[in-house]
Write a protein that binds this ligand. Structure first.
Ligand code: ADP
Length: 378
């Protein structure tokens, strides 16, 4: 357990990635006056003006990652596409790296992730690994490396459907009833805390999470099982930091682990207002080996991603936010991105309330009222 040296800007924490997840981590870190330094390839990254030190650099470049982190005490990530070799070198040089570079290496490669599930008896859709296009259909083809937000995943029904010609996981389609996620925190001492299960509702056009509801509308048994399964994954890996475990609930009521994210996650944004400890503070507690906070809910929560309209380009123009802030239990987070693009995540709105029904009704209302357009349309 770390002592009070963690506080008062004595300790230097480095974050690889300077997007909205890093930005919200910095907001949590400011409560404890932690010194946070950030590296991101974009000169105008959302963290740019909020960090003690900003380095513009390529996250995939091992030398750049090493140079950024070598003087720091603790290194963490807000995106998984970072150089594992750079992190290995930092660890070897005595910098604390959370999550562990080897866990990141497993999670970066969907093939290794699936093999990890299989080796530890974690239920996950049956799969094979292949370097060639599939020959049996239907099948879910996933690029082993580099995919995000559904890019790199193709559901192929016939040989005519366009897939990928690269090393892939070929996965049996699951008859999905609901997409769930559970965020688990685990610190280096092995203490764990699990956030209540969340239900993600997808936008079929953008293939991005449209809104999410917490707690998920599932039976108490399913909720318990999902939370226990996520904890099992974190413990089996010996993970440190925050681990988001994405799950499918199938039409027969069975749970399957889909994939892992070794970091704060879109499905945990509501915890800022709706839980006793936010995912961002919990992540800091976990990587600094501090006692984990109470992850339980204060109230029901819902979260709506504010994404760029289908024709939005240029500077963002937010419509409807002012009126939304007049509603009880509505909180806005704007990420400070200078350019909007179609479906780009520009911010989110959280709704808290007494019941899941109430927050769901409100979030659907906001979905129609809020827009992110751009100064240019195409
Ligand atoms: P990403 O890493 O890009 O988020 P995912 O593995 O989460 O990719 O897949 C994206 C989406 O594709 C999932 O949210 C789900 O809707 C669908 N999907 C993925 N795997 C399967 C599967 N085995 N069966 C059915 N649908 C799937």
């Amino acid at each position: 357990m770390r002592n009070d040296v963690a506080f008062g800007a004595e300790l230097r924490v480095g974050v690889l990635g300077g997007g909205q997840l890093g930005r919200m981590m910095i907001q949590a870190a400011a409560d404890w006056d932690l010194r946070v330094e950030v590296m991101d390839p974009a000169a105008d990254a959302p963290c740019r003006h909020l960090t003690h030190r900003f380095v513009q650099g390529d996250l995939q470049d091992a030398d750049a990652v090493f140079e950024f982190g070598k003087e720091l005490d603790v290194i963490t990530i807000e995106i998984e596409h970072v150089s594992v070799d750079g992190l290995r070198r930092l660890k070897a040089a005595g910098v604390e790296v959370h999550p562990d570079p080897e866990h990141l290496a497993t999670i970066q490669d969907k093939g290794l992730q699936k093999q990890f599930f299989a080796a530890h008896g974690i239920p996950s859709a049956p799969f094979t690994l292949s370097d060639a296009p599939p020959t049996a259909f239907p099948v879910v083809q996933k690029l082993r490396k580099g995919g995000y937000d559904g890019k790199g995943v193709a559901i192929l029904r016939t040989p005519d459907d366009a897939g990928f010609d690269a090393p892939c996981v070929l996965e049996q389609p699951v008859n999905i009833a609901k997409e769930l996620s559970v965020i688990v925190a685990r610190n280096p001492s092995g203490a764990t805390a699990t956030f209540p299960v969340v239900e993600a509702v997808f936008d079929p056009v953008a293939n991005l999470v449209d809104y999410l509801i917490a707690p998920a509308d599932v039976s108490p048994e399913t909720a318990k099982e999902a939370e226990a399964l996520a904890l099992r994954v974190a413990d089996a890996m010996g993970f440190t930091g925050l681990l988001a475990v994405e799950l499918f609930l199938d039409q027969e009521g069975a749970l399957w682990v889909n994939e892992l994210a070794p970091r704060t996650h879109n499905s945990g944004h509501h915890t800022i207002e709706a839980n006793h400890t936010s995912q961002f503070q919990q992540h800091l507690r976990a990587i600094l080996d501090l006692p984990l906070g109470d992850a339980s809910a204060r109230s029901a929560g819902a979260m709506l991603n504010l994404v760029g309209a289908a024709d939005a380009h240029g500077s963002p123009v937010y419509t409807g936010l002012g009126a939304a802030l007049g509603l009880p239990g509505v909180y806005a987070h704007i990420y400070g991105k200078t350019a909007v693009k179609p479906f780009r995540k520009m911010g989110h709105v959280t709704v808290t309330g007494a019941t899941v029904e109430a927050v769901k009704a409100r979030v659907l209302e906001l979905r129609d009222a809020l827009r992110v357009d751009g100064t240019r349309v195409s």
